[in-house]
Design a protein around this ligand. Sequence first.
Ligand code: RAM
Length: 359
Amino acid sequence: MIQRSRARTRVATAAAVCALAVALAGCGGTTKKDSDNGGPAKTDAKADPGAPLKKGLKLAFLPKQINNPYEKIIDEAGITAAGEFGGKGKEVGPSDASASSQVSYINTLVQQRQDAILIAANDPNAVCGPLKQAMKKDIKVVAYDSDTAPACRQLFINQASSEEIGRSQVQHLAKQLDYKGQIAILSATQNATNQNTWIRFMKDELSKPAYKNMKLVKTVYGDDDDQKSFQETQGLLKAYPKLKGIIAPTTVGIAAAARYISGSSYEGKVVLNGLGTPNQMRKYVKDGTVEQFALWDPKKLGYLGSYAAAALASGQITGAEGEKFKAGKLGEYTVGKNGEVILGPPTVFEKSNIDKYHF
Ligand code: RAM
């Protein structure tokens, strides 16, 4: 806890110093680029859409944490995809999802001269310094799952539209609750870019008149740690005896919350919804603890990330809006605003379809 808040203070101080420097002379250099204004990292290189994918590319996946089953699926699929185009993928990473836990791994990957680093960032800013160093050395940087600040990477592979992910979780839970009652959010870490973006859209959705009888009473953080998520669920239900629903926009959180609720006196009284993997949630859907939850296909996310990194490292694309590349059997994708590439809409899982999915 102390460590985390210190890290945050350091980041905030660095950002403040940088903001002041930009106002005076431009941060980190004399020429002011778009990236200094928060846009994605820029390069002078021109895209060559016809360039073949280079052989022997070295791609390194750096997940939020290595012991998260969801991140594992993404990275394994990305590594398999690298094999398809004659590249070599690997996964390295920390065992916890704290803000600065990925920094030393980035430094090592830079020393190893990987061709691309793919990162699910635990904090949008804490990883920026080393990622900028990587890009200076012509190592391509692709964020996936959880973005960095845009200036610190060339592309962000987003699972689906962040707005759709955020709003739809409120919409689904509201229907289940008949638009009434107290609700809470069980999130991942306090710094996670993806969860924080989704939560912003959840709050905006909840501010609409349709939800006037629903109240978000608390957001708690399970840190994508199974035990902490379990305890936070327990704490929430004790502190708010009238709680009617929980949204857990994290695969680790929703599985731990379901385990706590299943067989407890809360089963059938508190509705749990959010984002989970079918394999982890199957038994809770079957025993009635959870009626529905959503997710995209993490395998496709890893596969797309790998091809996007290869397209960058081969010069087919530079990360500019409108560029197109082919992601193997997933077909063609276009780079959107802010260097974002979107995989596609999430799937809602429930009793009727869950057995069709095995991840
Ligand atoms: C957890 C992680 C990950 C998120 C999924 C939904 O596994 O927090 O970043 O995308 O949940």
